[in-house]
Design a protein around this ligand. Sequence first.
Ligand code: ATP
Ligand code: MG
Length: 300
Amino acid sequence: TPNTQARLRIAIQKSGRLADECATLFKGAGLKLNLRDQRLLSHCQNLPIDILRVRDDDIPGLVMDGVVDLGIVGENVLEEERLERCATNRSAEFATLRRLDFGGCRLSIAIDKDAQYQGPQSLAGTRIATTYPYLLQRYLDNAGVNASSCMLKGSVEVAPRAGLADSICDLVSTGATLEANGLKEAEVIFRSKATLIQSTKVLDTATQELVDKLLTRINGVIQAKESKYIMLHAPKAQLEQVISLLPGAENPTILPLADDKERVALHAVSSETLFWDTMEELKALGASSILVLPIEKMLG
Ligand code: ATP
Ligand code: MG
């Protein structure tokens, strides 16, 4: 029978803050890819998937127009594109499959570090430089502030010093760039992470099944990262208290120890990273040989 299944097309950022994490995620999900060369299109060797590598700004539009089936992009870029398309009566439909665990940042308004700030009204009548005019305008409208914005696609943080604007609205993760430019964060207007989205275009059954399988694997990769395998020896008398200290490990495996009737070995998958203070509490309960191991993959 002829193979009629179309190849699943996924857009990711070619280079930049999201590129490496996307490659790592796909590798963890078992996709065999060669992303080292600089080609626009990479064919997955073991699944009918093509990876399209583009500027992150292009990803929301490619998904909304159904040019690609899936995309990974920052929610900041996604929401800005959605607002712009809604304002200009173009289609802005997509489905969110999963918020991812990387690319975290916030879109903030930052002002001169010596300026007085008494809430959003301090921005009234000023000019704010930004790459995100629609997200900024939505914030200003909700706050009831009348301010103007000017579009800068790069070097936003130097705009106040260059006399182009009074303040800026830009992405922040540590705040180091702001500080280096004599600015301080005044207002967080949007919190963002990378997200996996799908076009609303209906796929053939086999391709949709591939999307579901990929999503299950991605969930497994992220869940594994957030989980630990814990092994320890515990006194039988303290077993209940020991188990209650392990987050998300309701059904541990209990094994007898050779030549020790008072103690047992306990193995469990914990849904959270075990911190030093919990390990110290376990030890205080009489637990010993406490091992915390990383989990590589998880299913079901
Ligand atoms: P491209 O060439 O693809 O257009 P870019 O310069 O627009 O790249 P990057 O700087 O690589 O984009 O950032 C991509 C995304 O990473 C941002 O849209 C945002 O979602 C996320 N991000 C996380 N932390 C930060 C940060 N400190 N500054 C900027 N973006 C960040
Ligand atoms: Mg960009």
